[in-house]
Design a protein around this ligand. Structure first.
Ligand code: TA6
Length: 301
């Protein structure tokens, strides 16, 4: 029996949840009256989400690669158990290993209100334990409906506290980054990874060059205002003290090689995170839950 057949037999829900290969990766395909979505088992990685009657909300590059051990350019990558470069070992993968290793699908459910929920658990291996020796369990629970809900839950199953950095590194579709803005971060201090320093955000975030900022002490609600697509993407979060805003702009996107021509124009990352000085110290036996909810509202009431 193939992996797809086995997944279908164990977790499929007729008319709502099936499984297919996307490139070399097994993926769940969710179909509800409210939205469709695809989620790769590798990384428990939401690749697409499109509410009914809407254009796609989650951006994925036309040049994205779908192969074991490769990070997908786009979607909602899970950055765990650290964000950015590893604190002491430059050979460890940026943003942690979670997004490029297999996760096990542990449960699926068709909810009474028509949404579909999938729960994934990262499968620890000798390779992951070599980079992260702390006893822990991490689950990513994704609920597909008119809103997309993602909950990243980390449990410390060991005997000592550990530090946890994490992000839902979500790429959103915008009509033209030069006209889009991000509201809700006004007054927050941010680590400017392009210009340096810790400025304070004045007014909405606008995009005229490479933008790579870790907003600190953020309060769980922001929005991407898109006048070209005439919509706002609302992002609400819990268990997150940082918000990362990123657009690589022209040179960085070209250098990365998997954005495609002018790929940077149609996307922006607004990441629900605990990064930099906002990392979490998780006591033994406790669970930290970080959630993000995405919803599209028409720009005009
Ligand atoms: O979240 C922004 C960022 O940290 C940028 O600095 C850039 O490196 C981006 O993530 C993409 O990282 P990736 O490892 O997915 O190519």
């Amino acid at each position: 029996m193939s992996e797809i057949e086995s997944l279908t037999q164990q977790f499929g829900i007729a008319g709502k949840l099936g499984f297919e290969m996307v490139g070399e990766l097994a993926a769940a395909r969710v179909t509800t009256p409210f939205a469709t979505a695809t989620i790769a088992l590798q990384g428990a990685h939401v690749m697409t989400w499109q509410p009914a009657g809407q254009q796609p909300v989650i951006w994925v590059s036309k040049l994205a690669k779908y192969a074991p051990g490769k990070s997908i350019r786009g979607g909602a990558p899970v950055c765990w158990p650290w964000f950015g470069p590893h604190a002491s070992d430059a050979t460890f993968p940026g943003h942690g290993f979670a997004r490029t290793v297999p996760w096990a699908l542990v449960a699926t459910k068709a909810l009474p209100d028509g949404r579909v929920r999938l729960e994934f658990e990262l499968t620890q291996t000798d390779a992951t334990r070599a980079q992260w020796s702390h006893a822990s369990v991490v689950r990513n629970t994704i609920t597909v409906g008119e809103e997309l809900e993602v909950e990243l839950a980390t449990t410390n199953t060991g005997k000592a506290p550990f530090q946890l950095g994490q992000a839902l590194h979500t790429y959103f579709v915008v009509g033209d980054i030069r006209k889009a803005t991000v509201a809700g971060l006004e007054g927050c201090e941010y680590l400017d990874k392009v210009g340096g320093g810790r400025p304070r955000q004045q007014g909405p975030v606008t995009f005229t060059q490479e933008t790579d900022r870790i907003y600190l002490g953020t309060h769980g609600c922001c929005g991407i205002l898109d006048p070209v697509m005439d919509r706002t993407i609302l992002i609400t979060s819990t268990g997150s003290r940082s918000t990362v805003v990123w657009n690589p702009w022209i040179a960085k996107a070209e250098k990365m090689g998997d954005f495609g021509p002018d790929g940077h124009l149609g996307m922006v990352c607004v990441e629900t995170a605990n990064a930099a000085e906002d990392v979490i110290t998780l006591p033994a036996g406790e669970t930290h839950r970080m959630t993000a909810q995405y919803r599209v509202v028409a720009a005009r009431g």
